[in-house]
Design a protein around this ligand. Sequence first.
Ligand code: ZN
Length: 249
Amino acid sequence: MIEWADHAMVLRMGRFREADIWLKLLCKRRGLLTLFAFGGSRSKRRFCGCLDVLNTLRCRVSTARNGSFLNLQEAVLLTGPQALRQNWRRMALAANCLRFVEAFDINGEAAAETFALVEDMRHTLDAGSGLSSLFPLFFRLRLAGAMGFAPLLEKCGVCGGPLTGSVLFVVDEGHLRCTNCKAERPTRYGVEVSGGGLDLLRRVQRNFPSDWPVEDLAPVERRACAKAIDGFVQYHLGLTWQNGSFRRV
Ligand SMILES: [Zn+2]
């Protein structure tokens, strides 16, 4: 029997048989895993009543002898939301972000940054201060970055020159074109983004949710940013939102 310990957030859980629980956990070092907590709905001693979505736990885990499943031996609550569970709108936002995380095979390399991002997302939603209406989209862009798919936002992707004023976000190439280059080369998957929109995308990419802008742009600029992020995520991560879950496209 192999044993290990890690910090992990509960993304989803459910019961099977009478007293047993399955959990989908985002572990800080090991990434996304499904575990079983046998007797999880009864054992106060081993789980302290802390098995709940959005809680961060310190877990002790063993691998079954034939390696076929992971067994949660013990869990202790480290942190969890305070007010978030009473706010159904924000719980829906949190659930949308968690479903997005679950759609990927998050492994060792991206695990630590994804874990920090998801904890900060929970903290931001829990704190109750203002949020941009694009918050779920920002989360998808930032998670793409944590997984190694960040669009190049600092300079023109064609000539390498600086970006001023309105630029073209080229969804399939994952870069921007300056005013000169966008006129020279046609593209089918371009979205015009204003200077304000570009500034917003950069701030989202560089920071965690607690430092994302909360003030919304003018509707036209906001729609352009939403279209650019949505197109980028669909093209590079191959996921779209359908009937309550993210599906491969
Ligand atoms: Zn250029």
